[in-house]
Write a protein that binds this ligand. Sequence first.
Ligand code: ATP
Length: 480
Amino acid sequence: MNESRTILVADDDRAIRTVLSQALGRAGYTVRATSSAATLWRWVEEGAGDLVITDVIMPDENGLDLVPRIKRIRPDLRVVVMSAQSTFVTAVKAAQRGAFEYLPKPFDLKELLAVVARALTAPAAAMPQTDEDAEGERLPLIGRSPAMQEIYRTVARLTTTDLTVMITGESGTGKELISRALHDYGRRRTGPFVAINMAAIPRELIESELFGHERGAFTGALARGVGRFEQAAGGTLFLDEIGDMPPEAQTRLLRVLQEGEFTTVGGRNPVKANVRIVAATHRDLRQAIRQGMFREDLFYRLNVVPIRLPPLRERIEDIPLLARHFLDRAKASGLPGKQLDQSAIDRLRQHAWPGNARELENLMRRLAALYPQEVISGDAVHAELMEAEPLNDPESRSPETLEQAVERHLTSFVAAQKDGLPVRDLYERVLAEVERPLLRLALAATRGNQIKAAAMLGLNRNTLRKKIRELDLPVVRGLS
Ligand SMILES: Nc1ncnc2c1ncn2[C@@H]1O[C@H](COP(=O)(O)OP(=O)(O)OP(=O)(O)O)[C@@H](O)[C@H]1O
């Protein structure tokens, strides 16, 4: 079936032309390959080919400039752009000029074949295309790791839509930065970008902060207050730490998303909501849903396109570039310019970075400010990391995971045993010992309400009752 499909390949690198021609040929496609943009253009004009695969930098013309021209004369001909300049901006330009897909080099041939198959069969969608490039304010997203490339591609595609996005990732992984990129390069870039952090606002004020309030709506509302939804009209509303949103505000937000309009606190007239929503959280929302802390229906409204930002320790290949970037930023803010030697980079790569990019940024600023020599060594990095460890700003750390917490306690328990570990039945003992404090915690958190405690624990109510009896846990009467 592939025999009838012809693929036009343009790349000035002969090796790439050969590899692509062989791989595509083996898959049954007919391939015509050229080193010049001019020849590719001629083929397209003649009506040849069912798909174009083009490089960006070619001697006679930039492949990206060719995409809108191709789309103008043959709107149905799909174009896959590949580039060794694998930056975020290339990904955005490819998406905005109407490329079907963007492949950062080097890529896997399997991946290429999958993209080709998709490009030839995917149903025609109105390809969003903007004539003018979104330059935004030059917001650099640093990192060439495969994980970041994948994120650039997703973000680039999203800049041509208004879809709601949910960004998850540990603290300091760049969630706010990605939300800015979605705005600055997106369709609403001429509108405002408004951020609101759910964790930073007193619970009782969140609804009025979001939707605004009328004069006299509550004690202290002396004048009408404009909410973030109204401030962000025509632009993007960034809902940071959405997992910390109180239940009543969740219900109200859900209604707004369903109905597309909101009313101010104390107001009557509905106002049309005109915002693109980007939400972010470092929490595991699925777990919060299971615990009854986050509305499942709201989650699905927000999680239209999920983006997961990997922690820095999962993309250590990005550390040298990021470190360089943060040193440059430190210099631009008036601190002395510094270099890192190889041992410094090696030491940076060994660290676990619980505070992610923000922790690296803070370290680079400290070294720029305090380290006397121009070239920073591995020893200096080591000393600074050791120094910072116990003082680490809790804000810049990710909260400890359950596994880490348990491990910490087990380790100190074992260390405290004078005669070494109790050798018998350790597995059963530890599991049994966890039960009692866990149930006590759940009962305390729900003030003795066994129905809520059972829901939080994910246990059947009767099972919980049985365990309370077995473990002889105190029951708060009258509340359950
Ligand atoms: N890929 C990146 N390229 C350049 N800078 C980055 C990158 N990722 C993060 N940073 C920088 O690291 C710092 C932390 O990023 P950001 O505030 O976006 O993280 P966050 O995930 O929103 O954190 P939190 O959850 O704690 O609010 C910022 O100064 C940001 O500019």
